[in-house]
Design a protein around this ligand. Structure first.
Ligand SMILES: Cc1cc2nc3c(=O)[nH]c(=O)nc-3n(C[C@H](O)[C@H](O)[C@H](O)COP(=O)(O)OP(=O)(O)OC[C@H]3O[C@@H](n4cnc5c(N)ncnc54)[C@H](O)[C@@H]3O)c2cc1C
Length: 410
């Protein structure tokens, strides 16, 4: 069985950032990847997807965007190319086509089983993605036959859906982007809206992410945040990677998209929506106002304000058997899949318990989850800081192991 010092599971941007930081400290390691480098950008993104973060935010350890369009937004294909280049320039030791099937503790370290053999290592970094599996609510099972059910990870373009109306469940980044695209393709689109994060594309003449970066919101730390569990569950921002274009609920309804409340149930083929829509929209408007106040305080003067969300009278039910709806897109979020871990770090809901990516099992780390160490941890731009700090912790753990071994030998 081959030995190495660190096994990194996953060659997305987080795994590659960890690899770069470990290499800078001469920590011997291998990156095990079930597909190819940037697998999720190759296999789980729809055709038109562009990053909602501007190009200048595409920063990784030892890498910064140097192209001609710093304010543009990379396509999924361009993200893939960027990560393949990054892996090459970093000489990252990636083994592709290698699926990790279990990690278990052994002899003060870990045995990492894969479909291509096993590895032994004192340290393991799980960089296998927060968005591995779409999180589809159980009520999806109640969708009547004849309606196509799909998730953003499986959706590619409007041409793949058969003719007819579409119900999109969820109004965060994926939901509003797909509502916009499907409506533009000529379909009647209804979007079921729960808690969401309203965001203008530009504010005070600049991209909103410029402000969030400049005034430190994205750098807020996990150990300085009051309700961390809540902060880790905040939905993604309603943003689309298109210069100057805001796609919020007002923009969607003006274009002709129909709103509905949160999908609360399906009974007898009828989708039932919560009556909470005015409340959740008012809350999103309120939170946007607070965020803009934070930016204004940093900038030292007041900026513009946006019209409140207009909430039309919406139906509380939609008969899915009426022929109006041909497809339902479950834009209800994603979750990691770490069901193959054989170490006692999972809570009752199968989530890894960790403190800023450091688990209770010495030498086992995690990177890439929402608000892991900073508000921007789930963004490409968040990996550099998180990887640097986890590498420092991991190196400290290796030093402690070496010290322990030296003391035992003497
Ligand atoms: C639709 C969508 C849009 C996004 N848009 C943006 C954006 O605009 N800007 C931004 O900064 N971020 C964006 N993100 C967030 C984030 O950048 C991505 O989720 C990113 O892919 C996460 O990087 P990662 O390295 O943590 O995980 P991933 O890119 O998912 O990489 C994990 C890797 O681990 C591999 N893997 C998983 N399990 C195993 C296993 N058992 N064995 C071996 N390999 C395994 C996978 O194949 C994959 O290659 C977006 C996310 C989604 C889902």
């Amino acid at each position: 069985m081959p030995d190495t010092t660190t096994v990194i599971v996953g060659a997305g941007h987080c795994g590659l950032a960890m690899s770069r930081c470990l290499a800078a400290r001469s920590v011997d390691h291998v990156v095990l990847e079930r597909g190819q480098v940037a697998n999720s950008w190759r296999t789980q993104r729809w055709d038109s997807l562009r990053l909602l973060t501007p190009n200048w935010m595409t920063r990784l350890p030892g890498y910064a965007y140097r192209g001609a369009d710093p304010d543009g937004y990379l396509s999924a294909r361009q993200v893939t190319a960027m990560l393949v280049d990054y892996a090459g320039v970093s000489a990252a030791p990636v083994l592709t086509g290698t699926t990790v099937t279990s990690v278990r503790a052994a002899g003060g370290g870990y045995i990492v089983r894969t479909d291509q053999g096993s590895w032994r290592a004192p340290t393991v970094v799980l960089a296998c993605g927060a968005a591995t599996v779409p999180a589809v609510p159980a009520l999806a099972r109640l969708v009547p036959d004849g309606i196509t059910s799909l998730t953003p990870a499986g959706y590619r373009n409007p041409g793949e859906l058969r003719e007819g109306g579409v119900l999109i469940v969820g109004a965060s980044a994926s939901g509003i982007q797909l509502a916009d695209e499907l409506h533009r393709s000529g379909r009647l689109v209804t979007i079921a809206v729960g808690e969401h994060v309203r965001m203008p594309r530009t504010y005070r003449g600049r991209d909103i992410l410029w402000w969030l970066d400049a005034c430190g919101v994205l750098d807020q730390r996990y150990d300085e945040t009051g309700d961390l569990a809540r902060a880790r569950n905040v939905p993604s921002m309603q943003l689309v990677g298109s210069p100057g274009r805001t796609v919020d609920l007002n923009a969607l309804t003006s274009a002709g998209v129909r709103l509905a409340g949160r999908l609360a149930g399906i009974a007898g083929g009828v989708a039932q929506f919560s009556g909470s829509l005015p409340g959740v929209c008012a809350l999103a408007d309120l939170k946007l106002g607070r965020l803009l106040n934070t930016i204004d305080a940093w900038a030292g003067s007041a900026g513009e304000r946006f019209a409140p969300t207009t909430v039309p009278t919406v139906p509380l039910g939609l008969d899915l058997r009426s022929g109006q709806i041909a497809a339902i897109v479950w834009a209800t979020g994603y979750r990691p899949d770490l069901s193959w871990l054989e170490v006692p770090v999972l809570d009752r809901r199968g989530r890894v318990v960790h403190d800023g990516g450091v688990t209770a099992c010495p030498g086992l780390y995690l990177i890439g989850l929402p608000f892991l160490r900073r508000r921007k941890s789930s963004l490409i731009d968040g990996a550099a800081g998180d990887a640097a700090e986890l590498t420092t912790h991991l190196a400290g753990h290796l030093d402690a192991l070496a010290g322990h071994r030296a003391r035992s030998a003497s």
